[in-house]
Design a protein around this ligand. Structure first.
Ligand SMILES: Cc1ncc(COP(=O)(O)O)c(C=O)c1O
Length: 375
């Protein structure tokens, strides 16, 4: 199998661990193992006794049970655990897409959601664009219906969306599930940023609404525990999960036992962890709002209703990739330009889930002043 380079990962590979001011990260602030274990009485002692043999390919039954509890209508048998969300996407798409199939992906999107389709011979892929609606990003359901073909097998969506932050309302979730059901399309719903609502509407997991839907969840983003590398697929379609698990046999085989243990501890305190990330994002957005108000002649700010990322627009006459390159080269401020998503336009991604955002914003402002961008 030949697959194109993962542009975002290549870019982060250059800067994520060297640039001092990260202003585009999509994962929320993490913590130490000690801090996590302190959330649960007795967890530290139990962790030290954790057996380090192989684990079950489907995931620790107790962990699957805890994950199932996040949903309205799932049992442990509906959960398949993976080594991160990335592995789950790769396994699912490889199993589902065959020559002659057509898939639709919400776009822009995390590259792995559609890159497998590009790598399967004679598998067609259409983009359902999230569009620039001025102060926010918008989506058109009629356009989606127009993209559906008789051989459309999978619709891949990502809500809250990376990078635009677009998040389906519960009404839109029901509409989307109905469209897929009516056309007999599998729905791959990447919900790795779920749980960080700022508009007061708690979103449903999509897999609770439609048998043919699989919800992708992960410890990395909203929970801030990316180093655990634990993700999962949840679906009522256990026949499909039984096919996907066979692909996992050729990848990680099973997950890391210490990570599964720590994920169980974390998910028992799911609300507390989500609140921690949510509150940090809200505080950082307040600062970003002040920043964008001050520099309204340089940027068009896009509102977000949920999640840690926003995709703003640069208004000056300089290609956004050059602008972002200059910010990281001259001041160590990392942003993510639209080209990483194979997208035209002057957009760049900002991430609000990290403790370092206030300092990174200050450095970003210094960069603007020192390089003649300000009036
Ligand atoms: C939308 C989306 N899905 C999946 C992933 C992969 O998550 P993980 O790194 O936990 O495997 C990412 C990571 O950035 C993402 O943004």
């Amino acid at each position: 199998m030949k697959i194109n380079d993962f542009k975002l990962e290549c870019y982060f590979g250059l800067y994520e661990f060297t640039a001092p001011y990260l202003l585009t990260q999509s994962d929320c602030e993490s913590m130490t193992t000690e801090e996590l274990l302190a959330m649960e009485p007795g967890a530290k002692e139990d962790y030290l006794k954790q057996w380090l043999g192989y684990t079950e390919t489907w995931g620790d039954p107790a962990l699957r049970e805890v994950i199932a509890g996040l949903y309205q209508d799932m049992k442990a048998e509906n959960i398949l655990v993976f080594h991160g969300a990335q592995e789950a996407i790769f396994a699912y798409m490889n199993v589902m897409l065959n020559p002659g199939d057509h898939m639709i992906a919400m776009y822009p999107n995390y590259q792995s959601a559609y890159e497998v389709a590009n790598s399967v011979p004679d598998c067609a892929f259409s983009k359902w664009w999230v569009k620039d609606g001025g102060d926010k990003w918008v989506i058109d359901f009629d356009e989606l219906e127009g993209l559906i073909q008789p051989n459309t097998k999978v619709l891949a969506i990502n809500s809250p969306n990376n990078p635009t932050g677009y998040t389906f309302t519960n009404e839109e979730i029901r509409r989307l599930c109905k469209i897929c059901k009516d056309h007999d399309i599998y729905l791959f719903s990447d919900e790795v940023y779920k749980g960080l609502e700022m508009d007061g509407e708690t979103r449903d997991w999509m897999a609770d609404h439609y048998e043919g839907c699989v919800s992708l969840g992960v410890m990395s983003k909203a929970y801030g525990l990316a180093g655990l590398r634990v993700g999962w697929l949840a679906s009522k379609d256990t026949e499909m999960l039984n096919k996907v698990v066979k692909f996992k046999h050729y990848m990680s085989i099973c997950d890391s036992a210490p990570s599964e243990f720590l994920s169980k501890v974390a998910l028992k305190h799911s609300d507390q962890l989500l609140k921690r990330s949510h509150d940090l994002i809200v505080e950082n957005i307040k600062l970003a709002d002040q920043f964008f108000e001050k520099y309204a002649y340089l940027f068009e700010k896009k509102e977000i209703s949920c999640g840690p990322v926003a995709f703003h627009k640069l208004l000056i006459d300089m290609p956004v990739d050059e602008f972002c390159q200059m910010a990281v080269d001259k001041k160590g401020v990392l942003l993510l330009p639209a080209g990483i998503y194979d997208m035209e336009g002057q957009y760049f991604r900002m991430g609000y889930g990290r403790k370092g955002v206030p300092e990174a914003l200050e450095k970003f402002e210094e960069f603007l002043i020192e390089n003649g961008f300000t009036k």
